[in-house]
Design a protein around this ligand. Structure first.
Ligand code: B12
Length: 214
């Protein structure tokens, strides 16, 4: 079986105790970390998400699949964040209020770090006030907001509004992402950028910084 397919199968079959060895073997076979994530882990998680939506698996399985994915990411994310290029800019990132999903945000964070960005990760369930304070108190160019639930996506707009209210909207470019977020939604809430995945997030962050430079 294709090695990345084995990884995605391991996520679906909840092989949390085998995933570390499998990930190391796949790296040793010369498959790049990002390919293992995109063609293995993310495909596996998407499959689990569909099974959950369709009532074929339940919350305990969802938690175990996330644990399996996180175990593999502990090996892979340090590789992504060590690619090493010159300093480009500073980013604050977090998952919005009410939302606990952070796997995708962590991948985005590591990819940004590996591509010249210093990233301050505020974690999950971050309310608009906390984002606003972090932007106010730090020298940053970009604010990244992540949301996976349709019920928490409005907190992205609430955060942008909080920045406006505090007179800080011009200080940062706001970039949004997460499974249910789209470019149309980003436009609708007045965000400056959207990234469908971690590679797109890096490209968008670079473009936003270039546009800011005099
Ligand atoms: C793993 C998972 C969980 C784990 C989360 C573990 C963790 N620490 O993150 C647990 C078990 C905790 C969980 C809980 C819940 N979940 Co959940 N979960 C998932 C699942 C299966 C995978 C998410 C994931 O990690 N994907 C892999 C990563 C790599 O992808 P990603 O997050 O989309 O990130 C990529 C891009 O979106 C982008 N990106 C992400 N963030 C950002 C930020 C920026 C700035 C940019 C530019 C880009 C970007 O780049 C990333 C890398 O490529 C999804 C299904 C799915 N297909 O999304 C459901 C899903 C999101 N969950 C769902 C639900 C309903 C729930 C619960 C409400 C379940 C419940 N009844 O309790 C709770 C809510 C808890 C809460 N308050 O947040 C639904 C949401 C439905 C909806 N439309 O709102 C989904 C879609 C499942 C489904 N099909 O029904 N979940």
């Amino acid at each position: 079986m294709d090695r990345t397919k084995q990884i995605s199968e391991a996520i679906v079959q909840l092989k949390w105790d085998e995933i570390a060895a499998l990930t190391n073997e796949t790296l040793e076979a010369g498959i790049p970390a990002l390919e293992i994530i995109d063609r293995g882990l993310v495909l596996g998680m998407s499959a689990v998400g569909i099974k959950f939506r369709d009532g074929e698996v339940f919350l305990p399985e969802l938690l175990l699949s996330a644990k399996t994915m996180k175990t593999a990411l502990e090996i892979l994310l340090p590789i992504l964040s060590q690619q090493g290029t010159g300093f480009i800019g500073r980013v604050i990132i977090g998952t919005v209020s009410g939302d606990l999903h952070d796997i995708g945000k962590k991948i985005v964070t590591s990819m940004l770090q590996g591509n010249g960005f210093e990233v301050m990760d505020l974690g999950v369930d971050v309310d608009p006030e906390r984002f606003m304070e972090a932007v106010r108190d730090n020298d940053v160019q970009i604010l990244g907001l992540s949301a996976l639930l349709t019920s928490t996506m409005p907190m992205m707009e609430a955060t942008i509004k909080a920045l406006e209210k505090a007179g800080l909207r011009q200080k940062v470019k706001v970039m949004v992402g997460g499974a249910s977020v789209t470019q149309a939604y980003a436009d609708q809430i007045g965000a400056d950028g959207y990234g469908a995945d971690a590679v797109a997030a890096v490209e968008k962050a670079r473009a936003l910084i270039s546009a800011q430079s005099p």
